[in-house]
Design a protein around this ligand. Sequence first.
Ligand SMILES: NC(=O)c1ccc[n+]([C@@H]2O[C@H](COP(=O)([O-])OP(=O)(O)OC[C@H]3O[C@@H](n4cnc5c(N)ncnc54)[C@H](O)[C@@H]3O)[C@@H](O)[C@H]2O)c1
Length: 343
Amino acid sequence: MNKNVISRNSSRKRVLVTGGAGFIGSHLCEKLIAGGYDVLCVDNFYTGTKDNIHQLLAHPHFELMRHDITFPLYVEVDEIYNLACPASPVHYQFDPVQTTKTSVHGAINVLGLAKRTKAKILQASTSEVYGDPDVHPQPEAYTGKVNPIGLRACYDEGKRCAETLFFDYHRQHGLKIKVARIFNTYGPRMHPNDGRVVSNFIVQALLGRPLTIYGDGSQTRSFCFVDDLVDALVRLMNSPDELTGPVNLGNPGEFTILDLAEMVREMTGSTSPIVRHPLPADDPKQRCPDIALAKRVLNWAPTVPLERGLERTIAHFDELLNGKGSAAIRASEFEDAPQALAS
Ligand SMILES: NC(=O)c1ccc[n+]([C@@H]2O[C@H](COP(=O)([O-])OP(=O)(O)OC[C@H]3O[C@@H](n4cnc5c(N)ncnc54)[C@H](O)[C@@H]3O)[C@@H](O)[C@H]2O)c1
């Protein structure tokens, strides 16, 4: 007899979110709870925190499990969003071997779980699989230009290998897979010390410190607000089984780093100067998503303009730095993390 059937006492879909206590994961958990799902958030709190999900902890359809996905996991679920992985260069380069293990062993473990439970599974991949591309913008068919022995390889190659595993499980075992290639995403609950350009500029501006630009500031980035991204992830999960991806998800609006610094200065009312540092190794000169496929197959495009998204992100960091809530932290806890311009 099927134990799965016996143990079920609810008709709600059971969704596992690995990395659910992280920046994107916490917003995804909120959206899924609001959508009537039963959510199991699995996280080892490597870069995520309980503060990110404290508002969900008492919810009857939310469950939190501390677990490292490099070890197998035995739970019963219908859908899996695999987001667990440190995402910013500062964090993924801190313990590069663990980063590769999380991407590769982690993928093997969650794919094994999906195979056993027949769950649909979505991988949070990244634009970094394109490396330092010589094609702009990058369509999904572009196979990338990645340095396999560089400092970013633990993340880039780890994510590439995870994509390989997803497609091999699909071809070999018939798993229902979805691969999202996520481009630079920002919003409330980004880690304040992770060296990403949006959080760096906002924290520096709010603390009255100089805004650090790497290179001459003419390199461009695109910025997708987290609500738009999470909407796309759920649409992708709910798309027909034939749609495996990979699908690029991001905001194609391009801004130079200098534009962004000036916007943040203006919106925070800061008088901080802008200072320049040398560009880090392997840093892409341009990163812009081609989202034609997502538009066509998911009927999705970002809706939040940079200025509105920045307002909400600035409000979050302001509360973190100056608020009295449990998540508030002291300015002295902010080191100026070496900024890497791509996630
Ligand atoms: N934020 C972006 O701009 C961006 C861009 C491209 C791809 N992504 C991908 O989206 C996902 C989420 O990114 P994020 O920005 O929310 O990062 P994040 O660091 O805030 O979230 C990652 C979460 O995974 C958890 N985690 C890490 N290793 C784990 C392990 N071995 N077992 C269990 N949990 C583990 C962390 O504690 C954290 O809560 C990542 O897979 C990342 O590669 C993010």
